[in-house]
Design a protein around this ligand. Structure first.
Ligand code: ADP
Ligand code: MG
Length: 392
């Protein structure tokens, strides 16, 4: 790994991730993505029970109607519109030093992995992450004359409240026939990955692989390597469904050369003025939100269900606490520490960070109950205001 860009003595300290003001207030954006009926559902004779109201960001199921920031229907290809409206502003923010998080939420089989791009379909990678990488490297190319960049990626998953490294080439593939779980297992004796918080509130993952990449191709190779390593389990709902939260993180470091203050004065103590910024974008493919009973499993798989619910429950509680302005003013506790997922996202969820939740839903009538649960959860997230929080 290359050494990190070290701020020069003349660096202007300006990090939007600190609470130094100046950031505009913005809500968590919530988008709903309704995927098309898939072949399996059509073969079972499923009917489409979700209606997207044309021209409005509104979705109806039975007697229930919900309005979100954006709703992308099952016809046409929503990915480019979704990217432009929801994700591209976060990539822009990354260049301004703002942390951001994109969360794909929904039951197993609702299209989270397809939407995020942490999997493959017919050998091709679909989804948001490849689009993010494309824009990221185009912008870097555009700005490289005035700014020095370094990009790093990490790719981890949280499975049963344990953080596992998807990019660790020293780990071994584990195939545990007893529980149907295939994934990476650390070499015995290797210390577990730990989530740490620095004195200025920056969250880091001690012991995880961070790969320094300088091209689209290199970053795509990391995405591919990690996607193939993901822990998957067989359940009644989806053979390849992930039982874990997968988090692909892009960290962008920049050293920007600032114009000299006076014409002709291009040095301060012999060097140009520079501004150092560092921000990260978490792209999160959450575990299936269905309740444990729906997986029809018991024993170990049921336990996984309990852990998965712990992360999603904590995420819901954090989002709810952040969105309650009155409580925030009273300095209410934001329960980031209640799960590994929320702890890891702590410096990129709330405060000056930007968050987009994409609620993925199936249109099939057999999934109506879970679809309604997803829409209710997403509706709760909509009230969040991303302003500096007292208890960060
Ligand atoms: P999840 O990650 O939520 O379990 P997947 O992303 O694996 O769900 O999607 C389940 C199935 O639906 C896969 O076969 C996937 O290819 C298909 N699918 C998901 N979203 C779309 C979409 N927008 N268009 C076409 N097929 C989709
Ligand atoms: Mg998936």
């Amino acid at each position: 790994m290359e050494p990190p860009l070290s701020p020069a003595s003349t660096t202007v300290p300006l990090s939007p991730n600190g609470n130094n003001g100046g950031a505009e207030d913005c809500c968590v954006k919530v988008a709903v993505h309704v995927r098309p009926l898939i072949a399996d559902e059509r073969a079972q004779g499923c009917k489409d029970c979700v209606t997207v109201i044309p021209g409005k960001p509104q979705v109806q199921i039975g007697i229930h109607s919900f309005t979100f920031d954006h709703v992308y229907g099952s016809t046409g290809s929503p990915s480019s519109a979704m990217f432009e409206e929801c994700i591209a502003p976060l990539v822009d923010g990354l260049f301004q030093g703002y942390n951001a998080t994109v969360l794909a939420y929904g039951q197993t089989g609702s299209g989270k992995t397809y939407t995020m791009g942490t999997g493959f379909k017919d050998g091709h990678q679909t989804g948001i992450i490849p689009l993010v990488m494309n824009v990221l490297f185009s912008k870097i190319e555009e700005l490289k004359h005035q700014t020095e960049f370094q990009q790093h990626v990490s790719f981890i998953e949280i499975h049963k409240e344990e953080v596992q490294d998807l990019l660790d080439s020293t780990s071994v593939n584990k195939s545990d026939a007893a529980n149907g779980h295939t994934g990476k297992a650390s070499i015995p004796g290797k210390p577990p990955i730990q989530i740490r918080e620095s004195s200025n509130g920056v969250i880091t993952l001690a012991g995880s692989t961070e790969v320094s990449v300088s091209t689209f191709k290199e970053m795509a190779a990391c995405l591919e390597q990690g996607s193939l390593s993901r822990a998957t389990g067989s359940t009644n709902m989806n053979n390849q469904s992930s039982r874990s939260h997968a988090i692909f993180t892009i960290t962008l470091e920049q050293m920007r050369k600032l114009s000299p203050v006076l014409p002709g004065d291009n040095s301060v103590n012999g060097s140009m003025n520079e501004e150092y910024l560092c921000a990260k974008l978490h792209l999160v493919d959450l575990a299936g939100s269905e309740r444990a009973k729906r997986t029809g499993s018991d024993g170990l798989r049921f336990k996984e269900g309990v852990h998965i619910n712990k992360g999603l429950l904590a995420l819901g509680n954090v989002i709810s606490a952040l969105g309650d302005e009155k409580k925030r003013k009273e300095g209410v506790h934001v329960p980031y520490r209640d799960s590994k997922l929320t702890r890891l996202l702590q410096d990129s969820l709330g405060g000056n960070s930007r968050t987009v939740m994409i609620a993925c839903i199936s249109p099939a009538d057999i999934n109506a109950e879970e679809t309604l649960n997803t829409l209710k959860y997403a509706n709760r997230a909509r009230n969040i205001q991303n302003k500096p929080v007292v208890n960060r």
